[in-house]
Design a protein. Sequence first.
Length: 287
Amino acid sequence: MKFIALIAFFLTSLMSLAADRTFIGTWQGVFVESGHSIESGTIVYVDFKLNDGVLTGNMREEKFETDYFAVTVLTGNQKSNVLKYKQVAVSKNKKTSKMKWCRRAGELRYDSVKGYLIGAFKSSDCKRLSGKLILYKSEFELSKSYESHASHIWFPQFVKDFKEGLSAPAIREIERDNFEFEPIFFDFDKFDIREEHNEFLDAMIKIVKGHSDLRVKVTGHTDTEGSDGYNYVLSRERSEAIIQYFVDHGLNKERLEFDFKGESNPAATNETADGRQRNRRVDFEFI
């Protein structure tokens, strides 16, 4: 029994350390008030420190495209995958006579799939104020002075990406590096996209949208049924169908390139029905 208890304690300690590593560090994002859009939210930078489950740190809030800000002191605790935080004091701020920097408290949970910290909040001194906090991991030194550490140029893109369901930037790197291409297959003498391929194409669209320097190349192919000239045109139509799907689902055409090879570059033998099916395809690559 003592051995089992020791193992349980060891596993619990490992889980606690893993959670600590998840939350510790600098994050940025937005406070979104209930009933308001994410675009109208308050920009947030935060530095979380954890020691044996006890949270300390600072948070900096800024009004978009203004120099109004507040720096607050944080306390709280972490249990398993939940981080409880509370703003206990405003240490420095700048505001108009009609503004009030309200202290907030809430819980955050880490979305291990998309890489965001998300949770609800309420205010202790502004009774009608509630909403949610959305954060993603970032590298910076939180400014406690009257000068911010960064411009707000990132914020509109963050809003757009989040609304489109994209993962946090750190997760996008992993998604791109681990993305596995697969060919899109077509029926004989057709260039209509089979519905079964939509999920894969949508996943590729999210990868490209998440990286401003990434483009995708689409290359169409056919089997050997029909003349060379006919198959050349058909392979182009298959490429163009994929390009149109990408454009219809939000990709800028400037980020797309297409090619077509007709029957000249088979992936399998054209002597069998299965081989011919594997040759009626479109291939992809990032460029």
